[in-house]
Ligand binder design. Sequence first.
Ligand SMILES: Cc1ncc(COP(=O)(O)O)c(C=O)c1O
Length: 394
Amino acid sequence: MKKKSVRFETEVIHAGYDSSLHQGSLVPPLYQTSTFTFTTAELGEKRFAGLEDGYIYSRLGNPTVKILEERVAALEKGEVALAFSSGMAAVSAVLFTLTKTGDHILCSQGVYGCTFGFLQLLKEKYEISHDFSRMDSVETLEKEILPNTACIYIETPINPTMKLVDLQMVAKVAKEKGIPVVVDNTFCSPYLQNPISLGCDIVIHSATKYIGGHGDVIAGLVVGNKEFINRVARTTQKDIGGIISPFDAWLLLRGLKTLPVRMDRHSENANQLFQFLKKHPKVDSIYYPGDPDHEDYQIMKKQMKQPGGLLSFSIKGTKKTAQRLMNQLKLIKVAVSLGDTETLIQHPATMTHAVVPEEERRNMGFDDTLLRLSVGLEAWEDLKDDLEQALEKI
Ligand SMILES: Cc1ncc(COP(=O)(O)O)c(C=O)c1O
């Protein structure tokens, strides 16, 4: 298909789709089918043998899903992408593909709770070990990479403490040692940060979040080079089967079109709430990459377009104080997930990170008084008023 533009705001609407190949349909059609018919038995034989391109069965590929994959690969500046039924299906497929028994994974200091759970499973069942690293200097990194390290796995910003990892620095060290770097880019979306352009190898998204953007889909995406994505598609994804449904891919294509507009507004709203919370006497500390006092502010300026729509803050008091605050909110919803139009608040210690042992949570840098806000698209003044009235009552 001819390339229409290289600008993100245009790619997000047009990449991967040529309406002339689909009866002129302006919007990509939904191929809601499980299988594809062959005009002859010989054609079926050729498709199975890989001698002719074409669709066979939707677990192996689907035209609506393909458009999504091509679009996201373009947005992440990678070669190809693969869509999954959830972010966790994407995370597990990538780690299964990259590791074998006896290997080691070096992880950023914090990861999403279920990714942490999956790392435990790899350790207990397959003897694939892992360590968490601050990844804050070349020296620490070089010391922590072991002879059997099969990959480096990073979340940045780190969930829920919003610490950042310098992706260019890690990619440089990893390249010298021939180790692939995987980045879970969920918190940024492809609009705010492109790890592949910074030298990393593989990008993962929970598309449930900003890519979908409307809280109505669970899905995942992986972007990488052709060789790696083929390996994931032919082995882990085909045989484990965590594929996305064509309808969910269609919803993601719809959500994606407004990604830049939404992300600008998420970031602006989060910045306004940060200004309010930072000065509030009942707030103990605030974790927001756009805070000039944030320890990683310079890394944010270097690798992110904007600070994004997430911030965490700890309340003076105890776990009960944090829970009381949540219970007083009227507009802001108590829910996990992020990147939706609605503003959501959650309590990581008892929700997303409940599976992480308390000591490990302390190592990650948070306790029971921490709350995470996913700032939505409402008028920020209304969100501020809601937080203000709830803070008054605790
Ligand atoms: C950073 C991050 N990665 C991965 C996931 C898992 O995604 P999903 O819920 O789509 O499986 C989440 C979910 O919250 C997440 O926040």
